[in-house]
Ligand binder design. Structure first.
Ligand code: ASP
Length: 344
């Protein structure tokens, strides 16, 4: 028996898990069951590490909600045995996946750190080792005999973020993610510095509840100047559509042409929930701030405030599961459930 924290690495796929076969020069999957042997640096960490790999690791572009469920089920099955979890996925959809996982795990009391890399772990210039090692270190941090972090985070290139506040911003830079509307939770320099005031505080000491039902009858409607009536009509008449993330301009603005407003109003009357987030990288929707958002407010569009698109779509999938009235839905959508939104 040791007092070292037990950390579980869950590998789902993505670039991080690749090594170069120097004979053929091709990238091939890395055997994560041998992770500690293959990355000797991990032995220096003050924790016990185990790993689980998806049978068929996937590129994160192939992610869907069934995989989200697979991830949370691994966490659920191992929740009492481990003190922290490091989840490796491809970076392309990591913000979507980790946002959804944050909603699916209610009353989380342990750290879940998502990470990945831009270059494979077997590449000479890889960013994978630092991302992986520091994520494990972060997942192991304890304070007064309790995990310091009790939320779903994303670690990349020396910064720890609240996962449901992140967006992938670069396909080239090692610094691939940003959290425009919420500060980083920690920075890794010579020391690992946490901004403890920003960490999610758990109000009650309840048991973990895992919510596995997500509604996928949703769509993201990104506005652009010139969008036609036919396009909007086609999207809003998708069979069984239950929710829309409307990506609007600036602080939540959209055309105030009658055909556009009428289409949205018709959809809302059919029971479709429409939430408004901004296309801007940072800032918040403020409905009614401009003339071009007053009508949206009046017909029952819900402000997504400063939520990211990734978080808004995940939250829609999660909340649509309950058959809520527009008012009740709005209340929950605008409330911070996992720190994903700055409440008004
Ligand atoms: N296409 C890869 C993925 O998202 C890129 C990465 O691993 O970062 O799975």
């Amino acid at each position: 028996m040791t007092n070292k924290p037990n950390i579980l690495i869950i590998y789902t796929g993505g670039t991080i898990g690749m090594v170069k076969d120097y004979k053929t020069n091709a990238l091939k999957a890395f055997d994560f069951s041998q992770i500690v042997q293959n990355i000797p640096e991990l032995q220096q960490l003050n924790c016990n590490i185990e790993s689980i790999s998806f049978k068929e690791p996937i590129d994160s572009s192939n992610m869907n909600t069934q995989y989200y469920v697979d991830i949370v089920e691994v966490i659920e099955a191992n929740y009492t045995k481990f003190d922290g979890f490091v989840i490796l996925t491809g970076s392309d959809t990591m913000s979507y996946i980790s946002s959804a996982v944050s909603f699916m795990l209610e009353n989380l009391q342990k750290p879940i750190i998502f990470t990945g890399s831009q270059l494979p772990i077997g590449d000479l210039r890889t960013d994978a080792k630092e991302n992986l090692i520091t994520s494990i270190e972060i997942a192991s941090v304890r304070k007064q005999n309790q995990p310091l972090i009790k939320e779903v985070c994303l670690y990349f290139e020396y910064k720890l973020y609240r996962a449901n506040r992140t967006t992938k911003i670069s396909a080239e830079q090692f610094e691939a993610f940003a959290s425009m509307n919420y500060p980083a939770l920690a920075e890794s320099g010579v020391h690992l510095k946490f901004d403890e005031a920003q960490l999610l505080k758990i109000k009650e000491n309840k048991d973990l509840t895992v919510r596995k039902k997500l509604v996928t009858d949703v769509v993201i409607l990104k506005l652009f100047p010139g969008i036609t009536k036919a396009t909007v009509e086609a999207i809003l008449s998708i069979q069984n559509l239950k929710g829309v993330v409307l990506e609007s301009y600036g602080s939540g603005n959209a055309p105030n042409e009658t055909w556009f407003i009428n289409q949205l109003e018709k959809a809302i009357k059919k029971g479709i929930k429409i939430v408004n987030v901004t296309q801007c990288a940072g800032g918040s929707v403020i409905l009614g701030h401009y003339d071009t958002s007053i009508k949206l407010k009046n017909i029952g569009i819900i402000s997504g405030l400063d939520m990211t698109t990734e978080s808004a779509i995940a939250k829609l999938m999660y909340l649509l599961n309950e058959d809520l009235s527009l008012e009740v839905f709005k209340y929950h959508f605008q409330k911070s459930l996992r720190g994903e939104v700055s409440e008004k």
